[in-house]
Design a binder for this molecule. Structure first.
Ligand code: SAM
Ligand code: SF4
Length: 474
């Protein structure tokens, strides 16, 4: 029986998970003695920033149990945190599972675990049960907070453990997290999605929208700042609808204002903003809050109002362009980036040209361009006017060319400017240089030393190289 049916409070659940971490730690320690070495793990993340943050939770828990992280998959415990937003994400996982089988032959006590969005898809668990018996642990997106308990069950049994839930409305706070970066961190402000864009599988695999309490978010960020973090990325599938389902509703704009007050925090980013819910107050909050980066990721998906309607996006081309105009009026230097899907069912050459026209009109700083991928279970998958692959490919290449030309032009226009830059690390090829990030998310390399990591400097952008700059501190 699932514990959430026993109605444990989130606090009791968190306490119980710490008890499982202790119990697992004992089993790990016994195994270490047996092998005469430390046990190792590797968590491999597929997909978005949400998954990256979830993986930090998995890493935190495995570290707490005594496992030691290694870079490659020749480890005692390998976890794949999967994505299913496009078909090629699924294919990558199936391919790599084959490789893991050969690793496991050499290291029979190896544990292989799978979690994340792909596990919530119908048919996946059945396929794993039938043909991938070497996978030890399978769970989904709704019970990641039970990871410690599931690992313990895995360590104390030889059976394949499968625990995939259809839903859950509980948010369990305060479990261990080990960040990938010392100075920056993602922070979930909400989970799930209510929007049901007709091409998208996310609402089916991540469940309905749930917002975290503002006090929990603020407490987490204060803790991160105390631990050396100076930049946070507030994460949600549609941050603009944050707080609507809380007992005391709070808008995303007001959450930004609260986060902006946190002492010691230097930069705030957020994603993703759905155009249909983007309020004038959010634009005002971005303008008022000095720590909020001048960057808006605003997915367009298509520039054709007819296609946007079939995509169930609840805005049209005019409304989208109106938001862009308001953003630029309020924050003249704002960087705008986007997501675009090419080849949605029924997309005609005219629809595609409308997308190209919006791209030229907005002049995005950068854009993620995707080939439409048919996801079983979504309304678009059963539409009978699917676009032929060669037509999609041709449109995709044309779009990419326009996007890249505009990005390069936008970057070039920044040459000579002095901008605030957060130093993220030493340059990978030349350690007399450091690499830092601009508010618009582009990187710049300039002379510097390791002790500058995590600090913001004013840097002159001396030369644009298309997707990055060379610069110097002023
Ligand atoms: N919630 C975010 C939003 O609404 O913009 C996006 C989340 S989704 C993980 C990221 C991007 O993947 C979407 O903006 C969309 O462009 C793309 N995407 C989603 N479903 C897709 C599909 N079936 N085929 C191709 N691209 C897709
Ligand atoms: Fe998918 Fe639309 Fe939700 Fe974004 S808002 S996750 S594209 S359904």
């Amino acid at each position: 029986m699932r514990d959430f049916e026993l109605n444990l409070t989130p606090e009791q659940e968190s306490k119980k998970q710490y008890e499982y971490m202790e119990k697992a730690k004992e089993l790990v320690s016994i195994k270490e003695k047996e092998l005469g070495r430390k046990l190792t793990f590797s968590v491999v993340t597929f997909g978005c920033q949400m998954n990256a943050r979830d993986s930090e939770k998995l890493v935190g828990i495995l570290t707490e149990m005594g496992y030691v992280e290694v870079e490659d998959e020749h480890a005692d415990f390998v976890m794949y945190n999967t994505c299913t937003v496009r078909e090629n994400a699924d294919n990558k996982v199936w391919g790599r599972l084959g490789y893991l089988q050969s690793y496991k032959k050499k290291n029979p006590h190896m544990i292989i675990g799978l979690c994340g969005c792909m596990m919530q898809e119908p048919g996946v668990v059945e396929k794993l049960k039938k043909s991938y018996k070497h996978v030890n642990l399978i769970f989904g997106t709704h019970n990641i907070y039970k990871f410690a308990e599931l690992v313990y069950r895995c360590l104390s049994s030889n059976k394949q453990i499968i625990d995939v839930w259809k839903e859950n409305d509980k948010i369990v706070e305060d479990l261990p997290i080990k960040r990938k970066f010392k100075f920056k961190s993602g922070v979930n402000i909400m989970f799930g999605c209510n929007n049901f864009c007709s091409y998208c599988i996310v609402p089916y695999v991540r469940g309905r929208e749930k917002s975290r309490e503002p006090k929990d978010i603020i407490r987490e960020i204060e803790g991160l700042v105390a631990d050396g973090v100076c930049e946070v990325m507030l994460l949600g599938q549609n941050v603009n609808s944050y707080g609507k389902n809380l007992d005391n509703p709070m808008s995303f704009a007001n959450l930004l204002r609260e986060v902006n007050k946190i002492e010691g925090l230097k930069r705030i980013r957020f994603m993703t903003s759905h155009p249909k819910d983007l309020s004038d107050d959010l634009i005002l909050a971005m303008k008022e809050c000095d720590k909020v980066c001048g960057h808006m990721h605003l997915p367009l998906q298509s520039g054709s109002s007819r296609i946007l309607k079939v995509m169930n996006r609840h805005y049209d081309k005019e409304k989208y362009l109106d938001i862009v105009r308001k953003l630029r009026e309020a924050i003249p230097d704002i960087a705008i980036t986007t997501d675009i899907i090419v080849g949605f069912p029924g997309e005609t050459e005219e629809d595609f040209e409308e997308t190209l026209n919006v791209v030229k009109e907005v002049e995005y700083d950068s854009a993620f361009t995707f080939i439409y991928s048919k996801r079983t279970g979504t309304p678009a998958a059963t539409m009978d006017n699917q676009v032929p692959h060669d037509v999609i490919k041709d449109r995709f290449n044309r779009l990419l060319k326009v996007v890249q030309e505009i990005s390069a032009k936008k970057a070039k226009s920044l040459e000579g400017k002095v901008v605030p830059v957060l130093v993220e690390g030493l340059n990978e090829h030349d350690d007399s240089l450091v690499t830092g990030r601009l508010e618009n998310n582009l990187v710049v390399h300039f002379k510097g030393t390791e002790d500058m990591i995590g600090q913001i400097y004013n840097v002159k952008l001396e030369e644009s190289k298309g997707f990055y700059f060379l610069g110097g501190i002023v």
